[in-house]
Design a protein around this ligand. Structure first.
Ligand SMILES: Nc1ncnc2c1ncn2[C@@H]1O[C@H](COP(=O)(O)OP(=O)(O)OP(=O)(O)O)[C@@H](O)[C@H]1O
Length: 322
């Protein structure tokens, strides 16, 4: 559904000099350095996939999305979305793509939400009937009916984001590019938006590429994660694959009735054993010591009241990659 082949985007940054004369002369200066915002990027995404696109600030995520959606032209390389080049067939590709930038609304700031929708309806030549069905469906899913007559500038951030998401779907695109759609939202607004995105992906088979700094978005939504840094892919696979590649330990926490005597970590073949009050926290590598084996061992040392198995937090994984 989406392929990026050897995609590059370089920005030329001219050296600026101080003062009025300096600014003028820098306009004609040939002194510049290149920023490789996207550097030999190659990946493909199948129809119906929900892919998390993550990386630190300035990694090149937004630049990639802008090239995938035809907003930016690559310096070199090729993008194909739904069989079309967004650069060569901008209009046709736009009909197949919905896009949301969480940091910037695509809606008309001073107009009521309904007017923005009607402008988009006319732009995409959506029939009256399809539009009526759309309003009904999106009112059910995102509860937008309550603020359709409110000017966008007066909407709360959560309402505005719901408006932006609905607006991106007016022409019923197959592919959605979402650049930080949960940024700045409170927990309940995030939960609502995640449920909506899950439904779009699972029930309507929409292909979704999501950039986010919120690892809960990734955990709850994405079957696959692409991690980029300095414009290059450094990891592409499932969350599980990412956890295993980085080699972060699994964690077992055991609450004992009474503190037993336990072997030292080296003896047991685990990475770390430490006490947190009366709770024993064990960091171990599942490839070296299987969880059932460890469960048997902890039962031998004393009487466990409660046992919890945890996977490492994605934030920790990302920290380790960067
Ligand atoms: N129009 C531009 N002109 C010059 N440099 C740019 C331009 N757009 C992006 N860059 C640079 O390209 C690099 C990648 O930026 P990009 O916005 O794609 O990163 P990002 O991963 O989306 O970051 P963030 O998580 O902060 O949004 C950065 O170094 C940025 O400063």
């Amino acid at each position: 559904m989406i392929t990026a082949s050897n995609l590059n985007k370089h920005f030329k940054m001219y050296e600026t000099r101080k003062g009025m004369l300096g600014s003028l002369s820098s306009l004609f200066s040939s002194k510049h350095h290149l920023i490789k915002a996207v550097d030999h990027l190659t990946f493909s995404i199948k129809e119906g996939e929900f892919v998390g696109y993550i990386g630190p600030n300035g990694a090149g995520k937004s630049t990639t999305i802008k090239m995938l959606s035809g907003i930016l032209h690559p310096t070199s390389g090729e993008v194909i979305v739904g069989g079309l080049s967004p650069q060569k067939n901008r209009k046709e590709t736009a009909r197949r793509i919905g896009i949301v930038f969480g940091q910037r609304t695509q809606l008309w700031w001073d107009l009521p939400l309904r007017d923005s929708f009607e402008i988009l309806k006319a732009m995409y030549k959506v029939s009256d009937r399809t539009y009526r069905d759309f309003l009904k469906l999106y009112d059910d899913m995102l509860d937008i009916g309550a603020f359709m007559e409110t000017p966008v500038r007066k909407l709360s951030l959560g309402q505005r984001m719901r408006g932006d998401l609905a607006a991106a779907m007016i022409h019923n695109p197959d592919v959605l590019f979402l650049d930080e759609p949960t940024i700045g939202l409170d927990v309940s607004a995030k939960t609502g938006i995640r449920a909506f995105l899950k439904e779009l992906n699972e029930n309507e088979n929409k292909t979704i590429l999501l950039t986010t700094h919120d690892m809960d978005d990734i955990e709850q939504l994405c079957g696959r994660v692409i991690v980029i840094n300095h414009g290059k892919i450094i990891l592409d696979g499932t969350l599980e694959h990412m956890r295993q590649t980085i080699g972060l330990p699994s964690i077992m926490e055991v609450q004992y009735a009474a503190k037993p005597k336990v072997p030292i970590a080296e003896e047991l073949g685990v990475e770390q054993l430490k006490w947190d009050g009366s709770k024993l926290v064990i960091h171990y590598d599942r490839k070296l010591i299987p969880a059932p084996q460890l469960l048997k061992d902890v039962g031998l040392w004393g009487e466990p009241l409660d046992i919890q198995m945890k996977e490492p937090d994605i934030e920790d994984i990302i920290q380790k990659i960067y």
